[in-house]
Structure formats: structure tokens, C-alpha cells
Write a protein that binds this ligand. Structure first.
Ligand code: PEP
Ligand code: MG
Length: 738
């Protein structure tokens, strides 16, 4: 393919709208064809003649073929190149008189695709019967690749602005993680968008980039192989080795990439083009071994593109993007959020998982446990994410989209009506005050303290800022952060929880031992007690931040009173060294490990306060992984044994005069908050977005009446798994917003 053609295409493709007619004219001239036409896929699986050089201009916008109809439709349906010397005698030929194509015998059609999705078909025709040469086919395929990006863009824009649906809507249900609505195009984690820069001026620079990427790729593979040790002889690792050998030995493939760079493609486009070509060739080969190699090449191309990307700024996301991911770690989610996503759907995630906690902290509508979604979606598909009802609708019809837009408006109105509650403390209709605090992990959440009128921070997760930055913070950095939190709290209580790393909260460089059950493994305070220097640094930072102000610190995952006593002694020793000492130092514990329930007297004698972490407490009580979507909703905090134990803890803490709260995610659900208040909890800590809904539910509830109902329901419970239904039923009858 000539550099001149590429150079001229660059000029044409540079603008925002692809001038298809000019492109058709240019290709016809360069490839010496009498006809060049662009067919674009329209809603309803129809290919429309969008531009032509050589056919009758009046056919543009009129000639339409279904996918599978005619030669253009055949090319679209099979995704394969059609190269026909005598097109009109092909059995699939469909005559369209308005085009005036009778004189043209030879036809070459190539599909235009982006990320596996069909966008259109590019066709050239000639009068004389002839088979097109390999370099002509290749040139047309390269143009099709270049055309894919602008066509994909206009396709997505058409979907947004005209509500056109290219494929059928699909409906998915999942576990609601964070309420709220998002409507926008999907982006898919791990699926690489087409390169933004397809053409390049300076082949030497592109070759240098390619060489650098190859070095990084080889280095990465070496590391992978070294790390896998004896496993390298088996299974997945062997595939990597095979791919490695291919890179090292298959100079032919690399030469083809370099040739394309020489012709004016960017390194990324050249790699993609060469990979597509190998894929195309391999597809026609029956031999299973050779077909396997196509997968290797694809893997290799993926790695090479990633290596080319290294250090480059991430491509911008379309406005309103909704992220789809199979799995998502907390640090990863923070990165995506910084890039502007408006919602997130994870195939494998549940309400109490840490990705969900981050989503909640960010106020990002989120859904988990949605099976088979990624395979059904294409980047750019429009989706409606309803985090409240746990629904995702892919490619929604226009009426559905409009209905959701109306819903969004009414939810906004409801939230506005709650806004005045922000200025009042939470109070039940019969005058019981419940202190509502917020769970915080990121500095940007601090503003919520005033926005929702919270009475303090009932849980500051100190590991979250580190996860956000992807590294441990030193003492000075930690002290500055904690001081900022205390400043924002302006005298309201803040319960700092020491580092709760481990489980699924891992820093990128953490060398985690492979554990079968990391949630029950070497994590949280266990790490802190084994690495006291780490814990002491954090204590010092907290003490420095507080200065003379009161300071409250609690420990996560305490399993024995002895662990608590050991951690407390470390903190007190650190406090004795720091001047000025805090006016008051309160040391408490999370109650997350069931074993503590049978050590309550000894524990209450040691602690200043207890905060129940219902996320972990429930996971260990029911032996049910908080991160497993299949178990989401299976065990309920409103189960009779849980209510019994919560009531027991309330009674014992009250008798000891020890402050008690709940800071698990459950406390933020209005119905559960009412139950907790009825059981005697007077302090709850929750995500900021839950405070106003809980205030609204409390304000409408006569707590004494609710307590009586709760007692009756519990007495009559029998062996039911949850009391949610009868309690919610009563609440709804009373008109409570739960
Ligand atoms: C809990 O376990 O309930 C809790 C609040 O801690 P985290 O969710 O951070 O584990
Ligand atoms: Mg916990």
C-alpha cells in the first residue's frame, strides 16, 4: 500500500466527521478502480450505501441490503473478504437497478470492523473481469481498518442522539451495590480500543518505538517465565513460552509489521493490521495446531500493544461512560473513576466486597454479580445501569431509555426533598436521637460531613488512601492526611481504624503469600502485630495529626482480647513519647470476629468503645464469603440469631457504659437502621449517601411501635432465615420510606 495513499487518507480522517465520499474517490483513484463504495451498518441489521464513487449518486442513502443479502450482505455476514472476477453471476448477487452497477464485473468487498463488531463494508468494482491481487486486497483491508475508528465514532453518536439500536437489547440482573442511575456508553476493562493514532509521519521513530516495546515485551516474558519456575513446563505457562518463541523466531511476522510502518502506519496500527492478517489466514487453515498459533499471535499482539502503550496517557473515555469488568480491585476502580466513569458493573463482585466499598465511597452507581455480561457487550453500546434495582439494560429501546430518564428526574426530586434533613440530627418520630456518622476513606468524601449533616466519622478506613495512591504513605504523609480529616471534622468525633490491608485490599507491590483463604489469613491487625514498626509509624502519624486534640483509634479484625491489649500497649507507648499528648486518647475495637462475642466481659474491661463491622462479622458467622456474588442475599443481618447477638451486645455494652456503634454497610439500609435503633443502638456509621435516606426513615418512624412489632415478629420467627419480609411489610404499611 502506498505511502501517498496513507498520507492523503490521514488528511481526510483527521477531521471529526469522516468525509466518506472523498475517501471513496481517493481509494478508487489509488487502486485504479472504477467504483468504490462505502456501505454503513444501520439499525435493524441493514447496510446502507453511504457514499460512492462510480455508482449513481442518487443511490446513496437509498440502496439498502440486509446483512446476508447480496454480495455486500454476504461479506458482512461472513466477515470475510470477497474477491470475485464475475460478481454478477455469483449466486448471492442481488440486483439493485438504482445503482447502475450493470457494467461492472469484478468486485472486491472487505468488512469494516471495530473491536469485533461489524460497522460496514467497503467495496471496489471494475468493468473488466479480474481477480484482485494480494496487495490490492491488503490495501483495501488497511483502508477498512483506518475507516473503522470514524465509523465507530459516528455509530456511537448515532446511538446516543437518535436512539438507534444496532443490535437487540439485553437485560441483566445483578446484586445492587450502590444505588443511583447511569446512562451512557459502556467501556470494557481489558478490551483494547482501536489505536487513536493510526498514521505516523516518521517511520524511523515508529520503528524505534516498536523496538523499545519488543524489548519490554521480551523482558516481561522473561520475568513471567522465571516467576513460574517448574510450572513453566505445563499448561498456560507453556503457551506463553510458545508465544515467546514465536516472537524470538518469527522474524517474518515482525518484518511485516515493519513494512507497514514503512508504508506510513503507526506502530500500533501496524501491529494490529499484521495480527489481523495472520488471524485471517489462520482462520482458513484446518490444522488445529496452526490455528492455535493464531491465538498466540493475538496474545502477542495484545502484549505488544500494551508495551507500546506504556507511559502513554490513557485514551479519554466517552462522556457518561459505564465501566464493565469481570473483576475489579479497589485501586483499579479508583483509576477508572479518575478517568470519569459514571457507573460500574462487575461480573464478580458482591455488596460487601472492597470494590463495592470504594464505589460507595465515590457515590458511583454500581452493580455486581452480573453473569455473562461482558461477552454480550461491545464497547460503545449504550447501557442503563440501575444500581438501586440491580438492573443493567444493554442497548435499551428508546422508550425504555426515556422511562429511565424520567425515573432519574423523580429520584432527584426525592433527594431534593430530603435535603432539608441535612440540617437536623437524626430523630425518630417519637423523639429518639440516633447519632448518624459517616464511613470515610478518601479525602474527597470529607465534604459530605456537612452536606448530609453527619455527627462525625464513625469509621475512617486508613488503608483506602494508600490503595488509592498504590503505595504505603510515610509518617509525614499520613500525618498530613489525618490532620486534614480532623480539621474537616471540626471537633466532631473521628474513629480512625488502623490499616486493614490483606484479603482483597492489597497494594500493588505487596508480596502476598499465596493463601487459600486470604480473608481469614495474615491480614489487618495480624500484620500490624507481627510488624510492629508499621503499626507504630501509623500511631505516630495519628498522634502528630491530633496534637492536643482528642484522638480515637480502633483496630480491625481483633480475634482475642490479648491482641487488643498488645495493640493498645503499643499505641499507649507511642503516645507517651509524643508531645503534645492528645487531650483524650480513646482506644477501641472493631467487632468483626465472632470469637470476641464470647470474650465480651474481658473485652469491655479493656476498650473505650466498640464498633461492629457487620460486613466481616456476618461473613464469619455464616461462613459465607462477603465477596461471593452467588451468596449475596443468602444470609441476612435480619436473621433471628444475628438480632439476638446484636441485642446481647447492646445490653452488655450498656451495662459496662461502653460506647457502641455499627459501621458495616448494613447500617446504611433504612430498614436495617430502624431495626438497629429499635434494638438500642444509638450510633450508626454509614456511607454518606445513606445518611439522608436513613434520617428520612427515622423521622417517619415511631420507634416504640416498631420495637413492639419487632419483638412480636422475633417471637413468632420459628426457624426462618430472615425477618426482612414481615418487617419491611409493616414498614411499608406505615408509609415508611424503607
Ligand atoms: C466491616 O467489616 O463491617 C467493616 C466495616 O470493615 P471493612 O468493610 O473495611 O472490612
Ligand atoms: Mg471488616
Amino acid at each position: 500500500m502506498s505511502r501517498r495513499l496513507l498520507a492523503r487518507l490521514r488528511g481526510l480522517l483527521g477531521g471529526s466527521a469522516a468525509p466518506l465520499a472523498e475517501i471513496a474517490e481517493l481509494i478508487a483513484a489509488e487502486l485504479v478502480c472504477e467504483v468504490c463504495s462505502v456501505y454503513v451498518l444501520r439499525p435493524g441489521e441493514v447496510l446502507e450505501l453511504a457514499a460512492t464513487h462510480g455508482l449513481k449518486p442518487e443511490a446513496v442513502g437509498r440502496t439498502r441490503l440486509r446483512v446476508g443479502e447480496g454480495l455486500v450482505g454476504l461479506c458482512a455476514a461472513t466477515g470475510e473478504v470477497l474477491n470475485l472476477p464475475d460478481a454478477q453471476n455469483h449466486p448471492a448477487f442481488a440486483y439493485r437497478p438504482e445503482t447502475g452497477e450493470e457494467p461492472f464485473m469484478a468486485l472486491l468487498a472487505v468488512p469494516v470492523r471495530s473491536a469485533g463488531r461489524l460497522l460496514g463494508v467497503l467495496v471496489v468494482q471494475n468493468r473488466a473481469a479480474r481477480l484482485y491481487a494480494e496487495d490490492e486486497t491488503e490495501a483495501l483491508e488497511t483502508v477498512a481498518m483506518l475507516l473503522a475508528a470514524p465509523l465507530a465514532r459516528s455509530h456511537a453518536e448515532a446511538l446516543i442522539s437518535e436512539d438507534l439500536t444496532a443490535t437487540l437489547p439485553r437485560h441483566f440482573s445483578g446484586v445492587p451495590l450502590v444505588g443511583g442511575l447511569a446512562i451512557g456508553p459502556v467501556v470494557i476493562q481489558g478490551r483494547r480500543p482501536p489505536p487513536e493514532r493510526l498514521l505516523a509521519d516518521d517511520p524511523a521513530a515508529e520503528r524505534a518505538r516498536l523496538a523499545g516495546a519488543m524489548t519490554r515485551l521480551r523482558h516481561g516474558l522473561d520475568q513471567l517465565i522465571a516467576a513460574s519456575g517448574p510450572l513453566a513446563k505445563t499448561g498456560a505457562t507453556r503457551d506463553v513460552l510458545e508465544a515467546y518463541r514465536l516472537v524470538a523466531e518469527d522474524a517474518g511476522w515482525l518484518r511485516r509489521v515493519e513494512e507497514r510502518i514503512g508504508a506510513g502506519l503507526s506502530a500500533e496500527a501496524a501491529v494490529q493490521r499484521a495480527a489481523a492478517e495472520v488471524r485471517e489466514r489462520m482462520r482458513r487453515i484446518a490444522d488445529p495446531y496452526l490455528r492455535e498459533r493464531a491465538a498466540d499471535i493475538e496474545d502477542l499482539a495484545e502484549r505488544l500493544l500494551a508495551a507500546l502503550d506504556e507511559g502513554a496517557p490513557l485514551p479519554s473515555l466517552p462522556p457518561g461512560a459505564i465501566l464493565l469488568a469481570r473483576r475489579l480491585g479497589p485501586a483499579n476502580l479508583l483509576e477508572w473513576h479518575a478517568r470519569g466513569i459514571t457507573g460500574v458493573v462487575v461480573e464478580e463482585a458482591s455488596a460487601a466486597g472492597h470494590a463495592a466499598i470504594i464505589a460507595r465511597a465515590l457515590g458511583l452507581p454500581a452493580l455486581g454479580g452480573v453473569a455473562d455480561l461482558i461477552d454480550a457487550a461491545e464497547a460503545g453500546d449504550i447501557a442503563i445501569l440501575d444500581g438501586e434495582d440491580g438492573q443493567l439494560i444493554l442497548r435499551p429501546p428508546v422508550e425504555v431509555r426515556q422511562a429511565y430518564q424520567r425515573t432519574a428526574a423523580s429520584r432527584r426530586a426525592r433527594e431534593e426533598a430530603w435535603a432539608e434533613l441535612a440540617h437536623r440530627p437524626a430523630m425518630s418520630a417519637d423523639g429518639v436521637h440516633v447519632a448518624l456518622m459517616i464511613n470515610v476513606g478518601l479525602a474527597q468524601e470529607l465534604a459530605a460531613l456537612d452536606a448530609v449533616g453527619a455527627e462525625g466519622i464513625g469509621l475512617f478506613r486508613t488503608e483506602i488512601p494508600m490503595l488509592a495512591r498504590g503505595r504505603m504513605l510515610d509518617v509525614a504523609e499520613q500525618a498530613a492526611l489525618y490532620a486534614r480529616v480532623l480539621d474537616a471534622a471540626a471537633g466532631r468525633p473521628v474513629l480512625f481504624r488502623t490499616l486493614d490491608l490483606g484479603g482483597d485490599k492489597l497494594l500493588p507491590d505487596a508480596v502476598a503469600a499465596v493463601e487459600e483463604n486470604p480473608a481469614m489469613g495474615w491480614r489487618s491487625l495480624r500484620v500490624g502485630l507481627d510488624r510492629p514498626a508499621l503499626l507504630r509509624r501509623q500511631f505516630r502519624a495519628l498522634l502528630l495529626a491530633a496534637g492536643p486534640r482528642p484522638l480515637s483509634v480502633m483496630f480491625p479484625m481483633v480475634a482475642t482480647v490479648a491482641e487488643f491489649v498488645a495493640a493498645k500497649a503499643l499505641l499507649q507507648a507511642e503516645s507517651a513519647r509524643v508531645r503534645p499528648a492528645p487531650e483524650r486518647l480513646e482506644i477501641g475495637t472493631m467487632l468483626e470476629v465472632p470469637a470476641l462475642l464470647w470474650q465480651l466481659d474481658a473485652l469491655l474491661a479493656q476498650v473505650d468503645f466498640i464498633s461492629i463491622g457487620s460486613n466481616d462479622l456476618l461473613q464469619f458467622l455464616f461462613a459465607a464469603d462477603r465477596g461471593a456474588p452467588a451468596l449475596a442475599g443468602r444470609y441476612d443481618i435480619l436473621a433471628p440469631p444475628v438480632l439476638d447477638l446484636l441485642e446481647m451486645v447492646v445490653g452488655r455494652a450498656a451495662a459496662a457504659g461502653t460506647a457502641l456503634s455499627v459501621c458495616g454497610e448494613a447500617a446504611g439500609q433504612p430498614l436495617i437502621a430502624l431495626v438497629l435503633a429499635a434494638l438500642g443502638f444509638r450510633s450508626l456509621s454509614m456511607n454518606a449517601s445513606s445518611v439522608l435516606p436513613v434520617k428520612a426513615a427515622l423521622a417517619a418512624a415511631d420507634l416504640a411501635a416498631f420495637r413492639a412489632v419487632l419483638e412480636t415478629v422475633r417471637r413468632q420467627a420459628g426457624g426462618v432465615a430472615s425477618l426482612r419480609e414481615p418487617l419491611a411489610g409493616w414498614a411499608r404499611e406505615q408509609g415508611l420510606p424503607v
